[in-house]
Design a protein around this ligand. Structure first.
Ligand SMILES: [Zn+2]
Length: 255
């Protein structure tokens, strides 16, 4: 759909001066967003059909980093996913003034680091959903889902040496829903810190704490988690598991 071409100078200034600092966009997200704006709205098009390989080649990033950047931009409301298929993605690209207007009322004057009050323009992926830190039973259901292994390094865990970790850090508005919490060892929890899960998996691989195959499997698990298809194991389900601990296994569901 054709739209009026915006003032490119104004758009660029709004990205640099307002959008990036207010949403604390990473360099990767800025590059990907700017490139998509360039090829959609600055050409008078509201939406854009593209593939991850095309986008990653264009911005000089690997396909995994590009895919995650697109996901973050969608989840933060800078892009709207209109279609996703093997042929590629169709996204609507929002301009800075549209994004900021959507969240201006509550964002202005808000404490930008307050996890309990994320800006309203952050979507449910980051800020809503059932709070799985709220009760012991809910926390246990996340531990049960990982079946006694650290989500990151696959080390066997004991109840005394495990904790829950936010995959998207709370400082980046990662929420307490089941798709953002994983069971992990204390060492991984401490070492991951504010890093992205992707970066942390790479570190584990470089340190030879994950093999080639384990890294590939963990990245698939991360994708499945991000898609909301790695569900917590509630008490009844957990009790039906055999006592002998097993390697974590993905549990894709229909939704
Ligand atoms: Zn670990």
């Amino acid at each position: 759909m054709k739209t009026k071409k915006p003032n490119a100078e104004l758009v660029w200034k709004q990205i640099e001066d307002m959008l990036a600092p207010r949403l604390r966009l990473s360099i990767t997200d800025r590059v990907v967003y700017s490139h998509l704006v360039r090829h959609s709205r600055l050409e008078g098009q509201l939406s854009l059909r593209f593939s991850i390989p095309w986008l990653s080649r264009s911005v000089g990033l690997c396909s995994n980093s590009t895919r995650w950047a697109v996901r973050r931009l969608i989840s933060r409301g800078l892009l709207r996913l209109a279609q996703c298929s093997k042929a590629g993605h169709v996204i609507e690209v929002l301009l800075p003034e549209e994004i900021l207007a959507a969240g201006a009322d509550k964002a202005d004057g808000a404490n930008r680091t307050a996890v309990s009050a994320p800006p309203s323009f952050l979507p449910a992926f980051y800020s809503q959903g059932e709070d799985f830190l709220k009760t012991a039973a809910l926390r246990k259901s996340i531990h049960a889902r990982e079946r006694g292994r650290c989500f990151y390094c696959l080390r066997r865990l004991t109840p005394q040496a495990r904790c829950l970790d936010h995959v998207v850090p709370q400082s980046e508005f990662g929420g307490n829903s089941h798709w953002n919490l994983v069971s992990c060892c204390l060492q991984c929890n401490s070492q991951k810190g504010e890093r992205s899960a992707l970066d942390f998996f790479r570190r584990l691989y470089r340190e030879r704490r994950l093999s080639d195959a384990e890294l590939a499997e963990r990245l698939r698990a991360l994708d499945t988690l991000a898609a909301g298809r790695l569900r917590p194991l509630r008490a009844a389900q957990a009790n039906s598991l055999p006592h002998k601990a097993r390697r974590p296994r993905l549990l894709p569901t229909a939704s």
